[in-house]
Design a protein around this ligand. Structure first.
Ligand code: CA
Ligand code: CA
Ligand code: CA
Length: 148
């Protein structure tokens, strides 16, 4: 329901982002929990390991750090939110300032890659409810809905 419309929107975003030089895969995968899952499951074994999750986090960080100074600032988070449009359907997205509070461990107002990956790993542990060290698509979908 409304799926193809969402996909057209995603395609439009890809086109828009293309102008800014952002990789197409970024906009594409933001679409749904399933899209995120497929993109993160690098070896396609139907599970996301901690390393796969961290790798996705690293790519995400590089995309957020538009001026490539090694820090993600609130300005960059705001820009990313605007370019990705509204919250993806069924996915609870943190606001830019919530993200900053979550990831900025030393409170200097910017997120380093280390802080970002550490935050991602903490999110992984939170989502891995059965603690088997991998995320299933269900765990990811539930986790994305519940994360605050
Ligand atoms: Ca995997
Ligand atoms: Ca930056
Ligand atoms: Ca699990």
């Amino acid at each position: 329901m409304g799926r193809s419309k969402t996909e057209r929107l995603a395609a439009a975003l890809v086109a828009a982002c293309g102008l800014a030089g952002a990789p197409a895969a970024f906009a594409e995968g933001m679409d749904s929990p399933h899209g995120k899952f497929t993109k993160m499951d690098l070896d396609s074994d139907g599970k996301i390991s901690r390393d796969e999750y961290a790798a996705a986090g690293r790519i995400h960080f590089e995309q957020l750090d538009v001026d490539h100074d090694g820090y993600v600032t609130l300005t960059e988070l705001n820009a990313a939110r605007e370019s990705s449009g509204k919250d993806a359907k069924g996915v609870k997205e943190l606001t830019p300032s919530e993200k900053m509070r979550k990831f900025d461990r030393n409170g200097d107002g910017r997120i380093t890659e280390t802080e970002f990956i550490a935050g991602k790993r903490a999110m992984f542990d939170q989502m891995d409810v059965d603690k088997d060290g991998v995320l299933t698509e269900d765990e990811l979908a539930v986790g994305l809905r519940q994360l605050r």
